[in-house]
Design a protein around this ligand. Structure first.
Ligand SMILES: *Cc1c(COP(=O)(O)O)cnc(C)c1O
Length: 229
């Protein structure tokens, strides 16, 4: 078995164990393989091992890999910071965007999504770590941003995403993911039909699954340490 295949198996086992410990079914948690910085042959290797969903956070790099793998029927998720001048490429080449922080970006994505494509699936990124993090909208803005995004015609708002400040403290990890979960619950109680919590990476996926993650975004534990990160 290739290294990537055995890493994938190990990550899937971690997800399953964490889900069962939390009284959840392992199938409730989708594994997104974050292939940023890795060449497309690693993506193909992971696809051969059964992986279908891939995440990228640099636009051109992600588009190149998506185009190089069109015949493999993979699903591409954009998970990085998005500037206005790159929205068209994302709208035309990705199935999902996890990193909506501003209405203007969502509006452009909706306008630029090709009519023949299914709606672009999106998550609003929320800052759950306060001043230590610069990415994501403020928790207090999440409701109004989600309401506005949810009515854009070519987008389908699926849920929330967060990248909490990295910590080895399992309690602090749970607390940050718990904050995202509670915002998600409030939005659902408010009538938004959300079904996705994108949270958890290589070092903290167990805490994220315990707090209700439905997508975990895992790079290092599948592909290895990134050399130029
Ligand atoms: C790189 C990245 C990941 C994966 O991080 P690992 O620690 O390598 O698992 C997840 N989410 C986002 C937004 C990333 O940029």
């Amino acid at each position: 078995m290739s290294a990537i295949a055995s890493n994938l198996q190990a990550v899937r086992a971690r997800i399953a164990e964490a889900a069962i410990a939390a009284g959840r079914r392992p199938e409730e948690v989708e594994l997104l393989a974050v292939s940023k910085t890795w060449p497309v042959d690693r993506v193909i290797e992971a696809a051969r091992a059964g992986q279908r969903a891939f995440g990228e956070n640099y636009v051109q790099e992600g588009v190149a890999k998506a185009l190089a793998t069109v015949d493999l029927d993979l699903t591409w998720h954009f998970i990085g910071p998005l500037q206005s001048n790159k929205t068209r490429l994302v709208a035309e080449n990705f199935a999902w965007v996890h990193s909506i922080e501003r209405f203007k970006i969502a509006e452009r994505l909706s306008a630029q999504r090709p009519p023949a494509f299914p709606a672009l699936q999106v998550c609003v990124q929320v800052n759950v770590s306060g001043e230590t993090s610069k990415s994501g909208c403020a928790a207090e803005e999440a409701l109004s941003l989600c309401r506005a995004v949810s009515v854009l015609p070519r987008l389908r708002l699926r849920g929330l995403m967060a990248i909490p400040e990295a910590t080895d403290d399992a309690c602090a990890q749970r607390a940050a993911f718990g904050r995202l979960r509670s915002i998600y619950n409030q939005l659902r109680a408010d009538g938004l039909p959300l079904d996705t919590l994108s949270m958890g990476m290589s070092h903290d996926l167990e805490a994220a699954v315990a707090e209700g993650a439905t997508i975990v975004r895992v790079g290092t534990a599948i592909f290895g340490e990134r050399r130029n990160a």
